[in-house]
Design a protein around this ligand. Structure first.
Ligand code: COA
Length: 696
């Protein structure tokens, strides 16, 4: 829980609760006792607080939020106060991670040192709470109030360099952290400094004269980012207290905020999201194999075939995570273009020139398949065509060493058919990345009938190594995410037919918490993408016999509106900023398009739709409930093994608002009986023409 060592009159207290030194109640109790012991021991001149196993602390034990143990004595605040009020010098020595409560302990100490690779964060807001234990009040007394507010409202991680730059840590050290810290604290003790200058709660808040205007402009920026999440707002106000209230008043506000948030629905949903993401790594397959029963194969080099948007993003992802990447494109010009783009993005990401050189040394451009013969894993990312993908997998099969894993980045195609195109179907697997692959955190790993558990274990492990939230899913059209997304798209287009406008639908979705509505997303990613898929199935009007209805295909309801939009050349951003909306090319702000309004009106007239006003509630339910229903189908078929895996897919691949926990969690919060009622109502009205309403 925590260890105590007396060395040269310095008490070294090391937090010890693997894997991340979370401050569970038992850890806090031990820490409290040890700090008390050090303070009362006349042989002790100074106190060092550090963490064991290369980690300071990841903060409060999140699992204690649901059983209220987090609030029991001694709280993190009690220990912070002990450390701060000590008349002996206290020094936090930070290695690895100082997150949340860990960082608050460090702020309780009179001095802070860290290793160069340490990371710092107040991630509480991501769990729907605020940094209690005085965190919101101490932090703006060490760093500028606006900087403190940015850290606390975003929950983002920061490096030791950044922490040092803003004054959070006093020094950072490259090596021998603990030994050097002992020298440091000894020097401080010898200088007999007035510790009152180091007790953060006694200091003034750091804000300049023009703080009011800074607050106003930040309020505007932050307000837009929060999108319905309550915790960032409360965090913002708690930090602002520093600009007009005393420390004690600020702590009181912080306590009230904590009490309000800790049991809120949003916090529960966010904690569900946190644990779901960890749970998805603990994959299982047909009750026979799981993450414990398999050992992943070592993967050192990765081949990527195809350097379009997807391929480039995948190359960047592997490079920045230290893999050697063979980027393959047969056409020399396209290869150069792809490599230049990748280098440009890496240049933006680099923290220094050495790192850039190192990343570049990991990148090997190749224009022949034979260049991929020795890679451990190869991912093909060419466009969505069964024939093309089969052809490429066959060629890879012929040139790659027998142990190479052949992965396909298909978003919809049948993994079994692709696997059977090769002589090693047990080594063929789907790795479905989301664009832009170096920014989106989801990876759907798809197993076919023949994929071996060892290969699954390997790709799940690779997913973690490249910082993705990986979810293991079964093989079906669209897998988990895109299969559910199809209902979302279909139902919104039906509402356009019935009277809603793209703006109305998008506004409801943004109000719910999505960063963009369905039509804005489509314009961004290209309306032609969906069109090509429909074309590949022969569904567009020009592929149908003359006289075919615009609203029916294969006896089910169909909307031709998106097809007409694409046929009019409105692909979205890529076609001169014209899609469902007209965009201002500079601001990218969507404006109602008279062309689209006209297109929709004429379509309604032609097909006998009498437009009606569709309420916000109806829009939201029709967008979300069929998708949730599809989630239940997916569970029933065993395509996903747990509801929480589906939530992870949507939270990380489709920007589902995190504070509502993901679609399956959300269904429980609105009540399954209500979801069922709505499904039944629509199923009765639409019958077999809209099968996505059929309740499970
Ligand atoms: N409380 C309880 N358990 C925690 C925890 C915390 N604060 N932080 C991490 N864990 C657990 C995880 O659930 C996981 O458990 P599991 O192995 O049973 O699945 C394990 O510790 C390892 O975490 P993981 O996230 O898989 O490891 P990582 O090395 O990728 O990341 C952290 C480590 C600390 C960066 C990451 O876990 C994190 O951000 N934790 C949350 C920190 C936080 O929010 N603290 C403030 C709490 S108010």
């Amino acid at each position: 829980m925590a260890n105590y060592l007396l060395k040269n009159h310095i008490a070294v207290i090391a937090i010890c609760n693997p894997p991340v030194n979370a401050l569970a109640r038992s850890v806090r109790a031990k820490l409290y006792d040890l700090v008390k012991k050090a303070i009362s021991d006349s042989d002790v001149e100074g106190i060092v607080v550090c963490g064991s196993n290369g980690i300071f602390s990841a903060g409060a034990d999140i699992s204690e939020f649901s059983n209220n143990k987090a609030g029991l004595f001694p709280t993190i605040y009690d220990i912070v106060m002990q450390l701060e009020s000590s008349n002996k010098v206290t020094l936090a020595v930070i290695d690895g991670i100082a997150f949340g409560g860990g960082l608050k302990l460090a702020l309780g100490c009179h001095y802070r040192l860290s290793s160069t690779n340490a990371r710092f964060s107040f991630p509480e807001v991501k769990l729907g709470i605020l940094p209690g234990a005085g965190g919101t009040q101490r932090f703006p007394r060490v760093v500028h109030l606006i900087e403190a507010a940015k850290w606390i409202t975003s929950g983002q991680e920061h490096s030791a360099y950044q922490a040092h730059e803003i004054g959070l840590i006093d020094y950072f050290l490259t090596n021998n952290l603990l030994d050097k810290s002992m020298n440091f604290i000894k020097e401080i003790i010898n200088q007999s400094q007035n510790l009152d200058n180091r007790r953060i709660s006694k200091l003034a808040v750091k804000c300049g004269d023009n703080i009011e205007s800074e607050i106003v402009s930040q309020s505007k920026v932050l307000g837009k980012k929060f999108r319905g999440a309550v915790a960032p707002l409360v965090c913002w106000h708690a930090v602002l207290c520093g600009s007009y209230a005393t420390y004690d008043q600020g702590v009181l506000f912080e306590k009230k905020g904590t009490n309000m948030l800790i049991n809120s629905d949003q916090s529960k949903a966010l904690i569900h999201a946190f644990f779901s993401e960890r749970m998805s790594n603990k994959w299982k397959l047909r009750g026979e194999f799981d993450f414990r029963s398999q050992t992943p194969l070592p993967i050192k080099s990765v081949g990527v075939v195809g350097l379009g948007t997807m391929g480039r993003g995948i190359v960047i992802t592997f490079l920045i995570n230290g893999f050697c990447v063979y980027a393959m494109k047969q056409n020399k010009y396209a290869l150069d273009q792809g490599i230049n783009y990748i280098r440009k993005v890496l240049g933006k990401e680099k923290s220094n020139d050495n790192k850039m050189d190192f990343l570049s040394s990991l990148l090997v451009p190749v224009n022949l398949y034979s260049g991929l013969q020795d890679v451990d894993l190869v991912i093909e990312c060419v466009y969505e065509s069964m024939e093309l993908k089969k052809k490429i997998l066959r060629r890879l099969d012929a040139v790659c060493k027998p142990s190479t894993i052949l992965a396909t980045n298909t978003s919809t195609l049948d993994i079994d058919q692709l696997a059977h195109a090769t002589s090693r179907p047990e080594k063929v697997v789907g790795m479905h990345f989301f664009a832009p692959a170096h920014l989106m955190s989801l990876l759907e790993n798809i197993y076919g009938k023949m994929t071996s558990p060892e290969i699954l274990s390997t790709v799940m492990h690779v997913g973690k190594a490249i910082g993705k939230n990986s979810v293991l899913v079964g093989n079906c059209h669209g897998f988990v995410g895109n299969r559910m997304y199809a209902t979302y798209v279909a139902e919104s287009d039906f509402m356009l037919e019935e009277g809603a406008s793209p703006q109305e639908i998008d506004t409801v979705l943004c109000k719910y918490g999505f960063p963009m509505g369905r039509y804005q997303v489509s314009d961004l990613s290209g309306n032609d993408v969906g069109y090509k898929i429909k074309e590949s199935k022969g569904l567009t009007k020009k592929q149908q016999p003359p006289g075919t209805s615009e609203t029916i295909r294969n006896q089910t309801r169909y909307s031709s509106l998106p097809d007409l939009l694409v046929e009019a050349g409105r692909y979205g951003f890529k076609s001169n900023w014209k899609g469902w909306y007209d965009y201002d090319a500079k601001t990218k702000i969507p404006q109602t398009s008279p062309f689209v309004t006209n297109l929709i009106n004429e379509y309604r007239n032609r097909n006998g739709f009498i437009p009606r006003k569709i309420s916000e509630q109806e829009i939201l339910e029709r967008m979300l409930f069929p998708l949730i229903n599809e989630g239940f189908h997916i569970l029933e078929e065993g395509i996903a093994s747990r509801p929480s895996d589906i939530d992870v897919v949507w939270l990380n691949g489709y920007a589902w608002p995190r504070h509502t926990g993901g679609p399956m969690y959300y269904a429980h919060t609105v009540g399954l009986p209500h979801v069922l009622d709505v499904l039944q109502k629509h199923w009765k009205m639409t019958g077999s023409t809209q099968p996505h309403w059929k309740p499970r």
